[in-house]
Design a protein around this ligand. Structure first.
Ligand code: TXA
Ligand code: MG
Length: 332
């Protein structure tokens, strides 16, 4: 893949500019890459039916070819050509949660290029709610493969600046729609077999899903023989380059201990704390606002050239599940 000049165009979500969206759609139809905001995080998009274009996403991100990508659509009718089977449960879940931050894993059709599914028998589908993502999908009328717009394994992008930091020269166009409202990636639910499995907790909670789908198993990859992997599930992921420690508790004592060793420390607190660390950021104390602000705070701390980041442990209640998931992986 050749290097590009990366253009950034302001795209107000409240008044999505048609000319800019048309420009982005043209880039996509020619096989190029466009980063765009969704209600979760920024996506790095390409025409999902163009295997070469999708390969370029993997190159740009440094993503292992074994990690499949999510395909985004704007209408229910658009999923039919992509799946081999669309169970009643899919209709029910789509009615409740689409457009929105839920990704459904279903048996794929042969129209989906292998690179999208990492050669596996399923495809992950999502209908985003963000006005810019929707306008783009409606204008290009293509299914868009779009992983999060960050280097593989690193922190996802919740602002256009985060995308620029690591993907400048690798993406033709970034649609800057401001900070993404949700701030964490979508929930990934595998309904390709009889037993729904939660592969990644996200902004749609397990309880909300179980109200519609009944009991949901934990997506423990090790317990199945499937060739497909969701590497986001297991390994260090969503991680800053700086070492990150989670707690214990508020992390105050750990910050002091590390400072006594002469290390420069960043401290991510919940709510205000008296000044202690070399760089300190306070996050809101409710889960929804915390999720929206988390990645931006991690980007800021990661860019500060510190020796270690200490993150206050959030509450253990279910509304914090997706946040715990990301912080745990970031601390591995
Ligand atoms: O919120 C989101 O989901 C964002 C926005 C841009 O839509 N996208 C995103 O994509 O987070 P990505 O590639 O960073 O994470 C997708 C996750 C990965 O853990 C991947 O392994 C899993 O979904 N996945 C994709 N296709 C799959 C499949 N066919 N079976 C199982 N897991 C799959
Ligand atoms: Mg990702």
């Amino acid at each position: 893949m050749s290097e590009h000049f990366t253009e950034v165009l302001m795209t107000d979500p409240d008044r999505v500019p048609p000319r800019i969206i048309e420009r982005a759609a043209l880039v996509l139809s020619r096989g190029g890459l466009v980063a765009f905001p969704t209600e979760t995080v920024y996506g790095l998009g390409a025409n999902a039916l163009d295997g070469t274009a999708v390969e370029n996403i993997f190159i740009a991100k440094g993503r292992p070819a074994t990690n499949p990508v999510i395909v985004h659509v704007s209408r229910l009718e658009d999923v039919q050509p992509l799946v081999a089977h669309w169970p009643t449960l899919a209709t029910k879940l789509a009615e409740h949660f689409w457009p929105g931050p839920l990704t459904l894993v279903l048996p794929r059709s042969s129209r989906v290029p292998d690179v999208v599914t990492a050669g596996g028998p399923t495809v992950a589908l999502r209908m985003p709610a963000h006005p810019v993502a929707r306008a783009l999908l409606e204008t290009c009328r293509l299914p868009l493969a779009a992983p999060s717009a960050n280097r593989s394994g690193e922190i996802s992008a919740t602002r256009a600046e985060h995308v620029l930091k690591t993907l400048t020269g690798k993406v033709e166009l970034i649609l800057d729609g401001g900070p993404t409202p949700g701030g964490l990636e979508s929930t990934v639910l595998d309904i390709s077999s009889d037993k729904p499995r939660l592969l990644r907790p996200g902004l749609v909670s397990r309880a909300e899903l179980e109200a519609i789908a009944g009991r949901i198993e934990n997506g423990d990859i090790g317990s199945t023989n499937e060739p497909l992997r969701s590497p986001g599930m297991l390994s260090r992921h969503y991680a800053p380059r700086t070492k990150l420690e989670l707690g214990p508790g508020t992390g105050r004592q750990r910050v002091q201990e590390l400072q006594r060793q002469g290390l420069r420390i960043g401290w991510l607190t919940m709510g205000p704390q008296s000044a202690l660390a070399d760089v300190q950021r306070a996050l809101p104390t409710d889960a929804v606002s915390y999720a929206a602000a988390l990645y931006d705070a991690l980007h800021v701390l990661d860019d500060a050239g510190l020796d270690c980041l200490v993150v206050a442990a959030p509450p253990q209640t279910t509304e914090w599940q997706a946040i715990w998931d990301r912080l745990r992986r970031a601390s591995q």
